[in-house]
Design a protein around this ligand. Structure first.
Ligand code: SAM
Length: 290
């Protein structure tokens, strides 16, 4: 792929800026015209792995210089980046795949650049979490991006226990050597009846998307060793709405409702119990009406 015919002519801001540029997850055609234009127009590109990103730039016919900004040198590299901006250069930030700062380096550098008073401009594009979510068909409401869970099972299960009652669709990243153990823990902690979408090798040759109840997931991976290869996003349906409130929430709401208007009682009960305000408001209306 060369960018001579396809890259949009990009005019950068007059003020030297940091451009945070999303790059493909696997399929090079997913790079945006604007990303090509920005990567070509900036003075220098900070990249998580310069050798990896050089291949992307070569494939796109872009000759901009690269320097390394990864999790082990992020503070020092952020300093260099700020010096370059102060000297009037435009800089882009990219990682190995997808959107920088999403389970990737970048957030600390962005915070330092912003604190130093330089503009930070997003150049959006691929993100594995969003790509998986877009084909799950689960999200009526919100979603919660969890990213990587702890690698050890005990810590992972403790983290999952804290997510058990969350009605949001949950989005996880997982490494291939842990994915089977991870789905077993998901089923044990979140309940086997919830739906799981496995998004494997998105946008690549062996892309596979499968949907199943969590209870079936461990067996699904065991049925074919190839299914544990590659990169994974796991999307899990949110916790089902509970038919009533738990005893503590009922008690607190009842006490507040005896003294306060419905809206105030529901808001305070939500703050005290952590239960969703909407659920408390609906229950408060029932109690007042009945
Ligand atoms: N910044 C990236 C993004 O925007 O999605 C994520 C980087 S994180 C270090 C890498 C993880 O993202 C992988 O372990 C995997 O969970 C997920 N991932 C990245 N590329 C993927 C792909 N092509 N298919 C499925 N998951 C992918």
């Amino acid at each position: 792929m060369t960018d001579s015919s396809s890259a949009a002519a990009v005019s950068l801001s007059r003020t030297p800026s940091l451009y945070v540029v999303a790059t493909p997850l696997g399929n090079l055609q997913d790079i945006t015209l604007r990303a090509l234009g920005v990567l070509r127009a900036v003075d220098v590109i900070a990249a998580e792995d310069t050798r990896h990103s050089q291949r992307l730039l070569d494939a796109c016919g872009i000759r901009t210089r690269l320097f390394a900004l990864h999790q082990h040198n992020e503070q020092a590299a952020a300093g260099q980046l700020i010096e370059r901006l102060a000297a009037g250069e435009n800089v882009a930030l990219i990682t190995d795949a997808g959107t920088p700062a999403v389970s990737d380096p970048g957030a600390r550098a962005v915070a330092r650049v912003r604190a130093a008073g330089h503009p930070v401009v997003p150049v959006p594009g691929p993100c594995a979490a969003v790509a998986a979510l877009s084909v799950a068909g689960f999200a009526e409401g919100g979603f919660r991006f969890v990213g990587f869970l702890p690698p050890k099972s005990a810590a992972r299960r403790a983290a999952l226990a804290g997510l058990r009652d969350d009605p949001s669709v949950l989005v996880f990243y997982e490494a291939p050597h842990r994915v089977a153990a991870c789905v077993a823990d998901l089923a044990a902690e979140l309940g086997g009846e919830r739906r799981l979408l496995v998004a494997r090798e998105l946008t690549k040759l062996h892309e596979e998307i499968a949907c199943m109840p969590l209870a079936d997931a461990e067996a699904w991976f065991a049925a074919d060793p190839n299914r544990e290869r590659g990169e994974f996003v796991l999307v899990v349906d949110g916790a089902p709405a509970r038919d009533g409130l738990d005893g503590e929430a009922e008690r607190v709401l009842g006490l507040l409702l005896a003294e306060l208007p419905v809206k105030t009682a529901a808001r305070l009960a939500a703050e005290i119990t952590g239960v969703a305000k909407n659920a408390l408001y609906a229950r408060a209306l029932e109690l007042k009406g009945g």
